[in-house]
Design a protein around this ligand. Sequence first.
Ligand SMILES: [Zn+2]
Length: 83
Amino acid sequence: MSKSEPTIEDIKITKKDLDEIKSLLKSSGSTTESKNRIIKKYAGGVCVSCGNVPHKMLIHDADGAKVIERYCNKCFQKWKRHN
Ligand SMILES: [Zn+2]
């Protein structure tokens, strides 16, 4: 199986959405489950590495099936250094 380069796309979250996420996170307590649910609503999922709000989407093509990984800016920089 060949490893192909993933497609990298920006996840567009407006400043307004980001503020809403922050205030929702503040009022929802701090369980991972509720945090994930809130972020997922806006960004489709959380950063696979740290669980925060993602900013980049990596789309891997695994034998015709699309596998999507989301990364925040910080983890994306780390990912870039290792790839
Ligand atoms: Zn992260």
